[in-house]
Write a protein that binds this ligand. Structure first.
Ligand SMILES: Cc1cc2nc3c(=O)[nH]c(=O)nc-3n(C[C@H](O)[C@H](O)[C@H](O)COP(=O)(O)OP(=O)(O)OC[C@H]3O[C@@H](n4cnc5c(N)ncnc54)[C@H](O)[C@@H]3O)c2cc1C
Length: 581
């Protein structure tokens, strides 16, 4: 077989949302990255192969303004701008394009990691098998991040991991079972239906299950009222091995999915409502919730989450409730148990850096559902918005650690630098303010209306009742006049992307969701520079769709000014940050 060798700084396994953010953030910070992913499209459970909506700390807007910013917000805005129809294939393409056009990324799609070469407690290389080219790819790197969900590098490297539920006594977790066990949350195959003009018949395959009565299904008659996009409770695997039994579980899940559709079309007392619906798509790749979880320098627990996660080394955050699915999944109904229980969690809560690197393998990091959490904590951190927050933190760490020539654990001594790097890239860390350089902090900040100071208070989103922003209308301007002529490399703006709105990802999200760029976002604006006492235009931006705007200037100036010309429709907008470096 053909063999190809790669030598990079940082190798990421798995391009789910966590791995995607890890790879992009590291590459943008200038290190060489290889991204090895066993599927043809990125996004993991959010890809067109699985079609899960990305959720996170805003809990579908129940917690206002808590949406994850940084790379995820950039993706959401790109998707709104280019994919108002919310096609999952267009979404796949946006992810693909970002990876393909990032010059520091070697993209290895269709490539499954199956081997690792060790040098004591360090990983020297990993090897993957690429099915489309019949090629073995061996990737040498200084740091590795396992974002595969299944924690493939655990068995390959001897990294410490857990699978199953901890006993409540181990971490004093009240929602954990009394005795530890190997049970996990299960996996799911979703489906999507399409509305036709005329009634459409359905004949189930002979091998599928039959459910004549609504009571045979979880949540009874009310559980399958809206049969357009499948049901999360079509879940199995928690009582099996959620890695090695996947093919068998896929077969079972397909039997259930077809049985449910047969029930909806042919047995349900409300079947008339579904007579024009046709099964349009079925997920043949089961989407997983839980398998291996690495043991890091810190194991995040239920108690950490409940107490708000106030860590000295917080670098990411979550906010989803602890959404602990019953291991029996679909079959929980048979023992009259709920398919999931939502245990309250504060939003936001902090996730420490120490939960993102291995306790015993020197150059191994991780992010996403296989990060270092107990089962109970992971029932919250597993959502993809939280995975993106962790992934961006892992990738940013790798970039800084590679440049310093130190292993991930030593980055604990540089935690403020890491956190400032994340804030600079528009990630959010609860309770941590962005620090600006001396030119920005010593400048005179003025505006054509209102108080501009919140645009350099270091908090770049509304928190509680404080908007932390300068409020403006088309025609308004905000300026920084420097203490003297100063070198400006970049002018940065954090603009209004409507964090209080719900952003749609699929065609089925309607009602409260926006499916076009938020009206409040600045669309057309100018950046002016003060040169010899006069304001001159240095850049005009038209058609902006980004929250974080960074313009390379590379010149000496006496000041900079932002002038808003137009929004995407709203009368008012906000600037959350305006600074130079
Ligand atoms: C039915 C269902 C509904 C859900 N609903 C939501 C929801 O509404 N919102 C939400 O945010 N979350 C939801 N979740 C949870 C969420 O989807 C997962 O926890 C999340 O996908 C984890 O993200 P990740 O990036 O860690 O892993 P994944 O999304 O699993 O991505 C990891 C990727 O790594 C790849 N990979 C695995 N092994 C290898 C290997 N050996 N080599 C190379 N690549 C490999 C996999 O193909 C995969 O694509 C749901 C989960 C399920 C199952």
């Amino acid at each position: 077989m053909k063999q190809v060798e790669h030598s990079v700084d940082f190798c990421v396994i798995g391009a789910g949302m966590a791995g995607f953010c890890a790879a992009i953030s590291a590459a943008r910070r200038g290190i060489k990255v290889a991204l090895m992913h066993d599927r043809p499209v990125a996004g993991g459970n959010a890809s067109s192969e699985c079609r899960m909506h990305i959720s996170g700390a805003d809990r579908h807007n129940h917690i206002k303004n808590m949406r994850e910013t940084g790379i995820l917000e950039e993706l959401r805005m790109k998707n709104l701008a280019r994919n108002p129809q919310r096609s999952f294939s267009v979404w796949d393409t946006i992810l693909y394009e970002m990876l393909r056009t990032e010059e520091n990324i070697t993209l290895l799609f269709n490539c499954s990691c199956l081997d690792a070469e060790m040098d004591g407690k360090r990983i020297k290389s990993v090897t993957g098998w690429q099915t489309t080219t019949y090629t073995y790819h061996r990737v040498k790197a200084k740091i590795f991040a396992d974002c595969s969900g299944d924690g493939i590098l655990a068995p390959l490297t001897g990294a410490m991991f857990r699978m199953g539920r901890e006993a409540s006594s181990e971490y004093r977790e009240s929602i954990a079972p009394k005795k530890s066990d190997s049970r996990t949350m299960g996996m799911t195959c979703l489906f999507q239906a399409r509305q036709y003009e005329t009634p459409q018949p359905f004949r189930k395959p002979d091998w599928a299950y039959t459910y004549e009565s609504c009571d045979q299904l979880p949540y009874g008659a009310r559980g399958h009222k809206w049969p357009h996009m499948g049901y999360w409770w079509v879940e199995l695997g928690g009582e099996y091995d959620s890695i090695h039994d996947t093919e068998f579980l896929r077969d079972e899940l397909l039997k259930i999915v077809y049985g449910i559709w047969d029930h909806i079309k042919n047995y349900c007392p409300e079947k008339k409502k579904a007579e024009k619906l046709v099964l349009d798509w079925i997920q043949f790749l089961p989407a997983k919730r839980e398998s291996r979880r690495y043991v890091g320098a810190h194991v995040l627990t239920q108690n950490d989450i409940e107490s708000g996660g106030h860590f000295e080394d917080t670098v990411a955050y979550g906010g989803w409730p602890m959404d602990d699915h019953h291991p029996a999944g679909f079959n929980a109904v048979k023992i009259k148990a709920p398919a999931t229980i939502f245990y309250p969690a504060p939003s936001p809560y902090g996730i420490p850096y120490r939960s993102l690197y291995s306790r015993n393998i020197e150059n191994l990091m991780f992010a996403g559902r296989n990060a270092s959490c107990t089962h109970a904590a992971m029932s919250s951190t597993r959502v993809m918005g939280t995975g993106c927050s962790m992934g961006q933190a892992a990738g940013t760490t790798a970039a800084l650690a590679v440049k310093k020539g130190i292993p991930p654990s030593k980055m604990l001594s540089h935690i403020n630098e890491l956190r400032q790097a994340l804030l600079y890239d528009d990630a959010y860390i609860p309770g941590v303010r962005q620090e600006f350089g001396s030119v920005t902090s010593k400048s005179a900040l003025t505006a054509s209306r209102g108080n501009p100071e919140p645009a350099r208070d270091g908090i770049n989103r509304p928190v509680g009742d404080d908007t932390h922003s300068w409020q403006c209308r088309p025609g308004d301007s905000i300026s920084l006049v420097f203490p003297g002529k100063s070198r400006v490399n970049n002018v940065s703006l954090v603009l209004d992307s409507g964090l209080d709105k719900l952003v749609a990802m699929s065609y089925h999200q309607k009602d409260d969701y926006i499916n076009a760029l938020p009206g409040v976002m600045p669309r057309t604006f100018r950046i002016e520079g003060k040169i010899n006492g006069r304001w001159r235009q240095i850049e005009k931006v038209d058609g902006n769709c980004m929250r974080l705007v960074r313009l390379k200037v590379n010149r000496r100036l006496e000041g900079v000014r932002f002038v808003l010309d137009k929004t995407w429709g709203a009368r008012e907008s906000r600037v959350y940050a305006f600074y130079v470096d």
